[in-house]
Design a protein around this ligand. Structure first.
Ligand SMILES: Cc1cc2nc3c(=O)[nH]c(=O)nc-3n(C[C@H](O)[C@H](O)[C@H](O)COP(=O)(O)OP(=O)(O)OC[C@H]3O[C@@H](n4cnc5c(N)ncnc54)[C@H](O)[C@@H]3O)c2cc1C
Length: 477
């Protein structure tokens, strides 16, 4: 008789890998399917949203949840966290007021304090009183006279380097520096894959496409689902659908109805000249979907910079946001499907990257000399329900022994994994449910050297500059 797995997981994006790792921690065996050559190979991420400060319109509840979940994920994958701050500004042309942001920031400082009171190890964003700093017009004028610092150690030094480059006459004052860090997807993927390969509880099936699912819950067997791949059938008691924007495909085949949106977006890789001092991530807020949508410049090593600009000509796409009507799974048009399946045409890479560079040049004139640095980081993601501004997605349990993960930000992966484990415990479907194992022993058994090597391999395999696998601010060990 073929093996029966307790849990079958479709998709090894951040959600699937974290679910498999958490299950292993509880001594629950799983089989994890990924159609690609490596894990965490879906839509990209670069920003740890520890406070939601890139989203002026979301509620303080969502901001707090993003902060809590980001801290939890950073504790799990410390080698993927780039400890450089984020500069937040509002151009004079935009409607947002800085006061809107600072009110929320004060609430976040109190919340962060309470997280540290619960557990000292939550202090990953530094001291609560230094979580953010506001700079007035006169502060900026003073700091702009100071010399740059090659590797800044304080908020003021990060700000000095920024002021050497940006045209701050275009910005409202005050501006803000906040401890929202960078998040390296290649390093997170490498650590997760190495840990899963070491795990005796997870059977990781790479380059294995799940073709269909058969519901056998009513056949009185010792398992509930059959997972069909090209040449094998896997029997599982509990099914986790974490297939990203494809969650709807499996729902449709199981005749499960759900409202959802799927969204295709891209970030662009550029290369610039050497500058005298490192800069933080730069945010110039703007109304999403308009020609002045938010511009985000993310620094990497070796003078590479990633750019998002929330306009239809750059990061967003005409028909890039598709809604399902609960009956029919959402589908992208031909042009987007072509990109997802076969990649981009060179001329479109160049055209959109150049527009991205121009959007940055508006605030950072010297960035004009930046050039295309590699292919875009792109992908499609799911948003449960029908609200495109939702930033904290979650898990749902459409029927017994079936969990559907639909996270909107990578930071929600651990919360989702823990909710799935609680449901598995509540259902009592496993007689061999183990006690919680050593705190993150599996992830901690992976060395920095191993992460460096595999993260580098991931960038090269996927056609990106090797520098994207490294942290701007290497961690102290
Ligand atoms: C441009 C862009 C920028 C973003 N930036 C950020 C950011 O800065 N911070 C942040 O927190 N979030 C960010 N996000 C969101 C983040 O990328 C997603 O929330 C997250 O990656 C979703 O993870 P997931 O595991 O749910 O899905 P995915 O990562 O999509 O994983 C699903 C996996 O399932 C696999 N799969 C699908 N079908 C099958 C099948 N039939 N058989 C086998 N395998 C299958 C896929 O290959 C894929 O690996 C960004 C998204 C985009 C598009």
């Amino acid at each position: 008789m073929s093996k029966i797995y307790n849990v079958g997981i479709i998709g090894a994006g951040v959600s699937g890998v974290v679910t498999a790792l958490q299950l292993a921690k509880h001594n629950i065996d799983s089989v994890l399917f990924e159609q690609e050559k490596s894990v965490v190979n879906g839509p990209p991420f670069c920003h740890l949203h520890a406070g939601g400060n890139l989203y002026p319109d979301i509620s303080i509840e969502q901001c707090k949840l993003l902060m809590k979940q980001s801290i939890e994920m950073a504790r799990l994958f410390p080698e993927s966290i780039d400890e450089r701050p984020t500069f937040i500004s509002v151009p004079k042309t935009e409607k947002y007021e800085i006061a809107q942001l600072t009110e929320r920031l004060d609430a976040l400082v109190s919340y962060y304090k309470s997280l540290i009171e619960e557990d000292d190890a939550n202090a990953i964003l530094g001291k609560p009183e230094a979580y953010y700093k506001v700079y007035s017009q006169s502060d900026l004028a003073d700091l702009a006279k100071q010399p740059t610092v090659s590797v800044p150690k304080s908020a003021d030094q990060w700000m000095i380097n920024t002021l050497q480059l940006i045209d701050y006459s275009k910005l409202k004052t005050p501006v803000i520096l906040v401890q929202e860090y960078g998040w390296n997807l290649f390093r997170l993927g490498a650590q997760a894959q190495l840990a899963l390969e070491k795990s005796t509880y997870c059977d990781l099936k790479m380059q294995t496409n799940v073709r269909s699912i058969k519901d056998v819950r009513h056949e009185n067997l010792d398992y509930n689902w059959e997972i069909h791949t090209k040449d094998q059938v896997f029997k599982v008691r509990y099914l986790v659908n974490s297939s990203g924007f494809k969650t709807g495909d499996f729902d449709a085949s199981l005749r499960i109805k759900a409202d959802r949106l799927i969204e295709f977006k891209a970030a662009y890789v550029s290369k610039w000249q050497p500058i005298t001092g490192l800069i933080p991530e730069l945010i110039f807020h703007g109304e999403r979907g308009t020609p002045r949508g938010m511009v985000q410049l993310t620094p990497y090593r070796d003078h590479y910079y990633q750019i998002h600009a929330m306009t239809n000509a750059i990061t967003l796409f005409e028909k890039g946001l598709v809604k399902s009507d609960a009956e029919i799974k959402p589908e992208f048009d031909k042009a987007i499907t072509q990109k997802l399946k076969h990649g981009w045409e060179t001329n479109e890479v160049n055209e959109r990257t150049e527009k991205a560079i121009a959007s940055v040049t508006h605030f950072l004139p010297a960035f004009e000399s930046a050039t295309v640095g590699g292919p875009p980081l792109f992908g499609a993601q799911q948003i449960p329900g029908d609200d495109p501004s939702l930033r904290v997605g979650e898990v749902s349990f459409p029927c017994k022994t079936y969990a559907r993960s639909e996270i909107v930000k990578a930071s929600s992966a651990l919360t989702v994994a823990n909710q799935i484990i609680h449901q598995i415990q509540d259902l009592g479907i496993m007689s061999n449910l183990g006690k919680k194992g050593d705190e993150n022993a599996l992830l901690e058994s992976v060395s920095k050297v191993e992460i460096d090597a595999l993260a580098r391999q991931f960038t090269l395999q996927r056609g990106y500059p090797e520098a994207l696998s490294q942290l701007l601010i290497p961690r102290k060990h």
